[in-house]
Design a protein around this ligand. Structure first.
Ligand code: IPD
Ligand code: CA
Ligand code: CA
Length: 265
């Protein structure tokens, strides 16, 4: 019998999670990829473990992953992988990070898994079958107005225009009397927080496909909406990302779209 991609994604996340948890306990040297952008053997070895599991099950499938594997996004069968999302938390011993794996057929996500190995937390989704947290079905929040919700956000590794734009947007959101902003440090888990109804919305002005591919499916399967921060369809490129419970999408766009610096390259 053919093996299901969701089962392969789970096995791959488990394998990566064991590697990451071991490095977290035993310690690992962090290196700088770019200013303020950290990487370690945990990221690189976890990615390889995921790719090994995927390729053993589906030898012909393509892989787009953060550290090393860069097949074309136009491949018919594509796995989009962030082996360790939340590397800065990992480096500072904050147990909030995850393995993010999505499988796409002809550009459409079919399943996604986001796994926090230290908390043994599983977020899973299959197209048309809902989103789940440790087996419990997820649903987005009911909030209809910004003044009754929390907004999650992220800062890209930038200390210039992007950071300023994000801070300006945060300032504008506070003028709408939101209950607060949260910056937890792992975009994939932030998207899970939208799917789970903890955040009414989440935005970041630049994310990469491996940050959001699985989380986007989680949000959509939980009843939410994901676009760019200017309200356009999200492709599989480096882009701004706005995820919400749907009700708050227009109100969020109203506040954050005008500040989007439009970085896509
Ligand atoms: C980062 C995290 C962070 C977000 C950054 C991402 P990484 O991913 O998701 O929350 O703000 O933009 O690059 O580098 O830890 O995999
Ligand atoms: Ca990431
Ligand atoms: Ca990463």
């Amino acid at each position: 019998m053919a093996v299901a991609p969701i089962d392969v994604a789970r096995s791959a996340a488990q394998a990566a999670g064991e590697i990451i948890a071991r490095y977290f306990r035993e310690g690992v040297t962090m290196r700088l990829k770019n200013p303020c952008d950290l990487v370690s053997d945990a990221d690189v070895n976890a990615e390889q473990a995921i790719v090994d599991v995927v390729r053993a099950a589906f030898p012909g499938h393509a892989v787009l992953a953060e550290e090393k594997h860069k097949d074309s996004i136009d491949a018919e069968h594509l796995w989009v992988i962030d082996p360790l999302d939340g590397t800065t938390n990992f480096a500072h011993h904050i147990p909030h990070f995850g393995v993010s794996i999505a499988y796409l057929h002809r550009g459409v996500a079919q399943c996604g898994v986001i796994y926090n190995p230290l908390r043994d937390d599983w977020y899973t989704a299959e197209r048309g079958a809902g989103a789940f947290h440790n087996g419990q079905r997820l649903g987005v929040s009911e909030h209809k107005n910004l003044n009754e919700t929390l907004v999650g956000l992220g800062f890209y590794y930038d200390r210039g225009a992007l950071m300023e734009a994000t801070l300006t947007a945060v300032h504008a959101l506070f003028q709408e009397q939101i209950h607060g902003v949260r910056r937890f440090g792992a975009a994939s888990l932030d998207l899970c927080a939208v799917a789970e109804g903890l955040f009414g919305a989440f935005f970041e002005y630049v994310l990469s496909p491996w940050d959001y591919a699985a989380g986007k499916l989680l949000v959509e399967e939980a009843g939410g909406l994901v676009t760019t921060c200017t309200g356009h369809t999200l492709g599989l490129t480096r882009s701004s990302v706005l995820a919400s419970n749907g009700h708050l999408h227009e109100a969020m766009l109203e506040v954050i779209a005008r500040h989007d610096p439009g970085v896509t390259a």
